[in-house]
Design a protein around this ligand. Sequence first.
Ligand code: G3P
Ligand code: CA
Length: 262
Amino acid sequence: SSLRRAFSSESKIATVAHRGASGYAPESTLAAYRLGIRMKADYIEIDLQETKDGELIALHDETVNRTTNGSGRVKNMTLAEIKALDAGSWFNEKHEIYAREEYVNEKIPTLREIFEAFGKGTNYMLETKSPDENPGMEEKMWALVEEFDLIDHVAVQSFSQESLIKIREWNKDIPLFQLLWYNRPAYISDAFLAEIGSYANGVGANFLRIDESYVHKVKNAGLLMYPYTVNYQVNMDKALRWGVDGVHTDYPDRFKEVIEEE
Ligand code: G3P
Ligand code: CA
């Protein structure tokens, strides 16, 4: 599959559509994911949250406040309550140049709806969010991946080490990415890299804190390096020069352009 190719050493560099093509369409909606796929992203990135009634939905925040017309914590809301919300109009108001009438009343999708919509037509970079607050979300995610026969089309990333280790125990081949976030210039020890290498295939870290030597250190440890979230072409160029294996971006078309110019 294209996913496996993307992870092989001689492969091309992966474009990950962060929350979909979220620079152009309301993040984490089917509209944003559809656009990411149309822009030929190798993966669509999906943050997973769990509703009060145990449904996995695509949403970055723990609340619906920022990206819908409602308010409240996802874990205290039922799927029916979530589905009543408009998850598109905020985007039109915030990003007038990319506003589209069709985004009005976009819904927050469930992971099931995303798999139903796109099937094997893309690869999925699934992120377990707050797994400690939502115990069992990995099991639910995995059941859906198996139901839709998408194991060869899925990678998983998380800031939670436990979440990734749990998934590794179920499957030895699925690509796993340890997410890291730095609030100062990034440093990573050999010991930590070795630890990550015992369960994961790669590292995702915030681009603005890393540099070429960090990328080389990760790669010398045999791990893939996917910085996030790289939205400007000057930075995309830089990431390519440093030798990254993939890039998370809200603008997949911009990164495709940079890759093609290489
Ligand atoms: O894709 C990596 C990135 O998604 C991690 O940060 O906060 O956007 O989920 P965040
Ligand atoms: Ca994410």
